[in-house]
Each structure stands twice: as C-alpha cells, then as structure tokens.
Design a protein around this ligand. Sequence first.
Ligand code: NAD
Ligand code: UFG
Length: 350
Amino acid sequence: MADMRVLVTGGAGYIGAHTLVAMLAAGQRPLVLDNFSNGSAEAVRRVERLCSASIPLIEGDIRQPGVVQAVLAQAAAGGDPVRAVLHLAGCKAVGESVADPLKYYDNNVAGSLALLHAMRETGVARLVFSSSATVYGEPQSLPFTEAHPLAPANPYGRTKLMVEQMLRDLCAAQAGFGAVTLRYFNPIGAHPSGQIGESPRDVPNNLFPFITQVAVGRRPFLNVFGDDYATADGTGVRDYLHVMDLAQGHVQALDYALAHPGFVAVNLGTGQGTSVLELVQAFERVNQCRIPLRTQPRRPGDIERMWADPALAASLLGWRSRRGVDAMCADGWRWQQGNPRGYETDPPAA
Ligand code: NAD
Ligand code: UFG
C-alpha cells in the first residue's frame, strides 16, 4: 500500500538499503532502526540522495528494553502510526554462529521476541521477516518448495527457524496478526547506480563480495571451495538473485501482509541454479576482467546444490525475479569499482 509508514529494523544494512530504494519508489515510507553493528548511516544517506527523499534514521538496538516501544509509540502519537514492521536486523554469518551460538540466539531470537512484545504493546500487527533458504538444510528434493522439511544444519539457520515458529504460533493465537516470512536464496549485486552495495566489514564469507574484492585488487585470488561435487563442473550450485529483485519482493510482501492476517512462508529466488565457476565466468565476461582461482577442499557444512521453486511468490505476491546473472555481475562490479572499500573510508559520492 502506498503511503504506509513502515518500521525497518536493520535498514542500514546491505539488503535494507536496497529495500529502502524499492519502498520509496512504491510510495511506502520507511523509518529505520539500526544499531550499526554491521550497517552504516552512510548507506541510508546515499539512499536519501538517490531517491531525493528523507528517511528518519534512529540508532538503537531492538533488544534494548523500551527502544522499539518508544519508536512505535512516538510515531502513533505524531499522527503517523507504523502500519507494519519489516524485520531485517540480525546476525548472518554461518561460521560465526557455530563458534558463538549464544550471540545468534541472543540477537536473532531474543531480538525478534523483544520486537514482537513491543509490537503487541503498541498494537502493530503486521510483520515481514527476513528468513533464509538455510532453514531447509540438506535437500531431499529440488527445487526447494516451501513444503520441504525444515532441518537447518547450523545455529544461524536454527535461529531463523525458531523465529518462523514463533511467528506461526503468534498468528495462530492472535487472530488479527499477520506475518510473511521471506526465505531468501542468494542475494548478490547492487543498485545499478553504483551508489549502494554490499560492504563487508571483514573478509567476506560469501562468494560474490569475494569475487568483487579480487576484481578490485583487494585480494589476490578466489578460493573455490570444492571442485568434486556431483554438479556439471564440480563446483557448488546456488540460486543467485539480484538484490533489487529481492528488495522489490519486500514491497509486495508488505502489501500482502497488510491485507492478509495469518502466517505464510515464501521463497524468494529465481528458480535457476548457477555454479561457482559459471558465476566467475559470467563476471569475467561481463566486466572484462580476470579472477585468479585456487581450488581448495570443500567448505565444511556446504550443500552441494540448491535452488528455489519461486511459484508461491508469483501466485501469492505477484513477484518474479526480473534480472539475470549478467546484471548482477555488472551492477555489483559498478558498486565495488566506485567504492573499493565500501562505505568504510570512501567519501560520499558527489
Ligand atoms: P546486514 O548485516 O548487512 O544487515 C543487518 C542490519 O541489521 C545491519 O545494518 C545491522 O547493523 C543491523 N542490526 C543487527 N542487529 C541489530 C539489532 N540488535 N538492533 C538493530 N539493528 C541491528 O545483513 P543483510 O545481508 O542486509 O541481511 C539482512 C537480513 O537478511 C538478516 O536478518 C539476514 O540474516 C537475512 N538474510 C541475509 C542473506 C544474505 O545473503 N545477505 C540471506 C538470507 C537471509
Ligand atoms: N564459495 C567459494 N568461495 C568463497 C565463498 C563461497 O567457492 O570464497 C562457494 C561455496 O562453497 C558455495 C557457493 O560459493 O558453493 C556459495 O557460497 P556463499 O557463502 O556465497 O553462500 P551460501 O549458499 O553458502 O550461504 C548464503 C548465506 C547464508 C544463507 C544462504 C541461503 O551465507 O546465510 O546463502 O540464503 F542462508
């Protein structure tokens, strides 16, 4: 619904910043709450410039008692009540979740619980939640449909599943509550302007930001984790989707949530699998560069191949991915080339 005020937790992060752009284009009015543990105020400032819009940005932690209540109550008192919450705030590194599970149960599970309490106290009854394809675990069949058994293989995935279960229970108990949980596959790339993008603080865990950091000269080569999988070229296969397509999915999920109480989980993916080597080759071709490779042993815990069945997103939300791997590579490279160190040290673009 155009014109609705939406609280976006974690809106200063990678997916958050891109989603703000899509929301503003659709006439939705975001209000961002972020503790900047992995996001940046600069990302939100750049979105404001890109969209010629003003975005209220509050620094705060969803777990801190009273913070979310105050934000929601203040908006209502000002005559501009929050209609829905888009809940992106959380930690997302699988390896770190294995090493420090309590950090993940605290931020992802206890943080979501605190948010839901605050929503109940202030009468906000619509939520869109960032879940992950990682809730499925090892595929028993492909593509993953939403009915696939849920068996996450690491603490990060279990925190996402626990929040999904909390939302399902809450929707069953409270007739007026509506929650859409979005199971993202592998979002990559950047806004085509090159003004916002992914800005990892440490060594990237994920494939695509690693590729762009090799391309820009920050790292000498890409490690290819395993070349002996039962896939066409031996490397792992994923469903990469353009972050702007993912962003648009949130706009449509918010519209759906507003009109429909109850719980639903929806995949956001393209339905297409791409291997590590195919992605590297597309990046080299599209951007006319070379990515030196080193084959390494398989990364522990990695799944061989997975991709989404995106049919439910199409039928329920009217959402389909529109951009292909070439656009993901071109847009991701434009961002990295113009901002070699991400938001960290680069002055804002003119
Ligand atoms: P990100 O780290 O860039 O963004 C998360 C944002 O949340 C950051 O700005 C961070 O500062 C903020 N944050 C974290 N804890 C907070 C707290 N307690 N209070 C307030 N703000 C807090 O990550 P992202 O890639 O944009 O991911 C967004 C969401 O999507 C996460 O929940 C993540 O688990 C989920 N997700 C991401 C991917 C992916 O590949 N990027 C895949 C599946 C699911
Ligand atoms: N890979 C490499 N080299 C790297 C990084 C990754 O070869 O430096 C390979 C992996 O082995 C895998 C593929 O590239 O085959 C994709 O790996 P990513 O780490 O980019 O993505 P994953 O599918 O492993 O995991 C990501 C997020 C999870 C999320 C999941 C599904 O990290 O949080 O997508 O959404 F749950």
